[in-house]
Design a protein around this ligand. Structure first.
Ligand code: NAD
Length: 331
């Protein structure tokens, strides 16, 4: 079976090729991401393989359905960029990789916390320039701090475990509390209580209509002054303009994000020679207490191996006409 891969990077090619060795899958790698402009490339392919910033809204899906495409294999866990209702209507099946390495993302979230707190990025540059002053690098002990975890699924639970190891008190909020978190000593509380009591808030819930802009002006106003906010989940969980106001007023003391609501036009590409047109993002970059990584939380070799293997399994099920074990459907 021929499968078109959109938004291909060298690492996608490396891991997908290894996982498909000896199978009937023939990859056709396209560098552009899937958009209304690039969708004709998909026409001859019964299945396509997409990622977080491919555009899978109504228009692109109906153009896919005009061609041969009947299956979308997402090589990621999130599927907020897919119009599932439209896909169903058009007879296009969607599968994903629900879990690959939750450790990768949980560990990256902790990395953001440590870097923002102890300012390793600044220390690295200083020392390389022969500046051994530690003025301005003052941090705080994580031990004894209260950490609020929003979304205690696979990643949130692991994150909670690591923070428990640092000696933090854990607060949690989820629509479905997890026993594993309660056993760690986490206390499930209302969102308002979590906002009011946490020194660090980390987001691990999916982007849904109910969670869009979960962190907005109102939420920020309820937080402790100087709070640290970490987002490794999806950009639109945070209203970026509200976060900027929070940073300006000092209510948010630190912001660490691996995802950004308008990341599709920026992330995964080298823009170092380009003038960034996104003024909101540009403003974020001016704060000394903001750390942005470009959606790399998942990016470990363990995760890429697992993603490629499961993506191949999803495509093999489709090729064999079997029910898709990891199909994503409208609720
Ligand atoms: P999961 O499905 O195991 O857990 C999600 C949790 O969120 C569940 O416990 C669910 O009950 C909870 N939830 C749902 N609606 C909620 C709401 N309204 N309020 C609070 N909690 C709610 O998912 P996971 O594997 O832990 O992944 C979490 C998120 O991490 C994914 O949705 C994805 O967006 C993001 N992610 C990011 C990266 C990255 O590289 N940055 C990689 C993988 C996943």
């Amino acid at each position: 079976m021929k499968v078109a891969v959109f938004g291909t990077k060298s690492y996608d090619r490396q891991f997908l090729e290894a996982a498909a060795k000896g199978t009937e899958i023939q990859w056709h790698f396209f560098e552009p991401r899937l958009t209304e402009t690039t969708v004709p490339l998909a026409h001859p392919f019964p299945a396509i393989c997409c990622f977080v910033n491919d555009m899978l809204g109504g228009e692109v899906l109906s153009r896919l359905a005009e061609g041969k495409t009947r299956m979308i294999a997402m090589r990621c866990a999130g599927y907020n960029n897919v119009d599932l209702a439209e896909a169903k209507q058009l007879g296009i099946q969607v599968a994903r990789v629900p879990a690959y390495s939750p450790y990768a993302v949980a560990e990256h979230a902790v990395g953001l916390i440590l870097t923002l707190n102890r300012k390793y990025h600044k220390a690295y540059n200083r020392v390389r320039e022969g500046n051994f002053s530690i003025e301005g690098l003052l941090g705080f002990d994580l031990h004894g701090k209260t950490v609020g975890v929003i979304g205690t699924g696979k990643i949130g639970q692991l994150f909670a475990q690591i923070m428990h190891g640092f000696g933090c008190h854990l607060l949690a909020y989820d629509v479905q509390p997890a026993e594993a978190c309660t056993k760690l000593g986490a206390k499930y509380v209302s969102l308002d209580e979590l906002f009011a009591q946490s020194d660090i808030i980390s987001l691990h819930c999916p982007l849904l209509p109910a969670t869009k802009h979960l962190i907005d002006d109102d939420a920020i106003a309820k937080m402790k002054p100087g709070v640290m906010v970490i987002n490794t989940s999806r950009g639109a969980l945070i209203n970026t303009k509200a976060a900027i106001e929070g940073l300006k007023s000092g209510r948010i003391g630190y912001l660490g994000i691996d995802v950004y609501e308008e990341e599709a036009d920026l992330f995964f590409e080298n823009k170092s020679e380009t003038v960034i047109q996104d003024d909101v993002f540009a403003r974020l970059m001016t704060f000394p207490n903001v750390l942005v990584t470009g959606h790399q939380a998942f990016f470990t070799e363990n995760a890429l191996e697992a993603i490629a293997e499961v993506t191949v399994e999803n495509l093999q099920e489709f090729a064999a006409g079997k029910p898709l074990t990891r199909e994503v459907k409208v609720d």
